[in-house]
Design a protein around this ligand. Structure first.
Ligand code: NAD
Ligand code: 44H
Length: 502
């Protein structure tokens, strides 16, 4: 079977003239994107494609590999930077499906090999926008040297170097509109503050720092679309249908929401709404609170429980009577009451989340939700806890499950592999977190004292959770002895009995 590339698309277009992939259209490079992961490709690039199809944006982006271990850039290059987006779901009771080839990436750069090629983009007149998605782990301050002739390691380091090149290239140069898509609170403000801090570390001039402030716009954003990415289980089926091999196929749900908070009107330069996309130029916080609390936090909470119960995907979780009741308990009983939104609004959002979790086409793998889970606990779950700091029952059970899930079988550099019912899965998190769990599981036994010590470690959780040690230990033991499903069932029964007594 042929690999997806320009030739393959031309052949398809000769067979099927309704295939409108914009391969022949010369479009200027108008943006840089740090990150080339599934999400960015099935979300931002999909939106750019939609605009290009309507002659609205008329531009392409240059994709930058954010880390030295990236594997996507060579794949993009082997496919002339083309890949397929597959959106599937149920809307108003009707099955919907959209499959198209995305042609919005003009080229891709591995900055660790071609640093100067990246810096040259700073001198381009056509580039106006910088997008990014480097995960929560990428949007962080790292103290590092200014290597000048080689790429800094961090994303903000690369961005600072790029901005600096633009600043010194041309006096009074126009800056960029910088739109980070990482799921981090106040991502634009944070990125700007990190860039300014790095400029300070690197002793760059005051004029440069002023230019960052005055000539560049950093937007806070909120992104929403479930993108499980490559369809591992039925890739062959898709390739037979499509008529080509595509190792970068990205599956997602049709639902999408992009909230962008900008100091300047952007719709004219980025006509998302004109293209019919669900983009709001609005204050991010209310949307973010609702979405992170009712969609991301439940993801983070449900994954270890479902996984230990022998389930693989969110859809399977929703098909399991006990574990789906657990999810509903989290959503409706533990999270919803604490959210300060109008009742019908939060109820409506929660109902929609349940429907999105049930999407029969989206195979959102629990093991993927589990990447960087402790970081996600900190940013998504802890803000939901009651003021007195106590942890509700379902959440406590989730922590106990997380402790089991973070059990190393084989340790590698920067991650470890866990083992459950004969299958391996990857655990990635901050090194300090990984080290603490490696240490915990090396102990002769994981008793109450050890659990309490682990929970009290602020380097892991950012807070002391040891007051929940008894409860976590109880669930931890029950999962060990009776399994996660039975433990969940008991927890729900006890909870119900307790609720009925009140
Ligand atoms: N997949 C989804 O459903 C979805 C939906 C909304 C938001 N998101 C957000 O998008 C992020 C990425 O998801 P994805 O599905 O594209 O994952 P992915 O693994 O396909 O892509 C991750 C990208 O981040 C980069 N990256 C990873 N660690 C990094 C680090 N430490 N420093 C710099 N760059 C780093 C990778 O190189 C890659 O470009 C998630 O963390 C999430 O916050 C995902
Ligand atoms: O992508 P992650 O792993 O950071 O988070 C997992 C999910 O909660 C997340 O991807 C959601 O599906 C997404 O945020 C929906 O917009």
């Amino acid at each position: 079977m042929v690999r997806l590339n320009v030739e393959a698309v031309k052949n398809l277009q000769s067979i099927n003239p309704s295939n409108k992939t914009l391969i022949n259209k010369e479009l200027p490079e108008r943006a840089i994107q740090f990150g080339e992961g599934n999400f960015l490709r099935a979300y931002l690039n999909w939106m750019l494609e939609k605009m290009n199809q309507r002659n609205l944006f008329n531009g392409r982006t240059v994709a930058i590999q954010p880390t030295p271990h990236g594997k996507v850039v060579p794949k993009l290059q082997a496919q002339n930077h083309l890949y397929t987006t597959i959106l599937q779901g149920v809307e108003n009771g009707e099955e919907v499906q959209e499959v198209e080839v995305n042609s919005t990436i003009s080229r891709s750069i591995n900055p660790y090999e071609s640093w100067e090629e990246l810096l040259e983009l700073a001198e381009s007149d056509s580039i106006e926008f910088i997008f990014s998605n480097t995960t929560e782990a990428g949007l962080v301050y790292t103290k590092e040297e200014f290597p000048r002739t080689a790429s800094p390691l961090s994303y903000p380091g690369k961005l600072t170097a790029l901005l600096h090149r633009r600043f010194i290239h041309e006096e009074g140069a126009r800056g960029f509109t910088i739109i980070p898509c990482e799921l981090v609170e106040d991502n634009g403000d944070l990125l700007k503050s990190i860039v300014l801090r790095i400029a300070e570390d690197w002793s760059l001039s005051e004029d440069f720092k002023k230019w960052i402030e005055s000539h560049n716009t950093f937007c806070n954003t909120l992104v929403d679309r479930i993108v499980p990415g490559y369809p591992k289980e039925n890739a062959g089926e898709w390739e037979r249908k499509l008529g080509y091999e595509d190792v970068l196929m990205a599956v997602g749900e049709p639902f999408h929401l992009f909230v962008v908070e900008a100091d300047e009107p952007l719709e004219e330069r980025l006509p998302f709404q004109t293209a019919g996309l669900n983009v709001k130029w609005a204050e991010v916080k209310p949307y973010r609170d609702l979405k992170v609390s009712l969609l991301n936090a439940p993801h983070t909470l449900l994954f270890p429980v479902g996984f230990l119960a022998g389930l693989q995907t969110v859809k399977e979780v929703m098909g399991d009577e006990i574990i789906s009741s657990y999810v509903r308990n989290i959503l409706y009983n533990e999270i919803l009451p604490g959210l300060s939104f109008e009742k019908s609004e939060k109820q409506g959002f929660a109902d929609a989340v349940i429907e999105r979790f049930q999407n029969p086409f989206v195979k959102h793998r629990l093991a993927d939700l589990g990447l960087n889970a402790v970081q996600k606990w900190k940013s998504r779950v802890f803000p939901l806890l009651p003021k007195d700091g106590t942890i509700p029952e379902s959440m406590t059970l989730s922590i106990a499950s997380l402790l089991h899930y973070y059990r190393p079988n084989i340790v590698h550099d920067g991650y470890f592999m866990g083992l459950h019912e004969g299958s391996e899965y990857k655990v990635r998190d901050d090194q300090v977190v990984l080290d603490a769990f490696i240490d915990f599981w090396q102990k002769d036994e994981q008793g109450r004292e050890e659990i309490s010590r682990l929970l009290s470690d602020k380097r892991i959780w950012g807070r002391d959770l040891s007051m929940e040690a008894n409860n976590v230990h109880r669930y931890f033991l029950s999962i060990q002895n009776n399994g996660a499903k039975h433990t969940t069932e008991q927890m729900l029964k006890n909870n119900l009995a307790f609720e009925n007594q009140k």
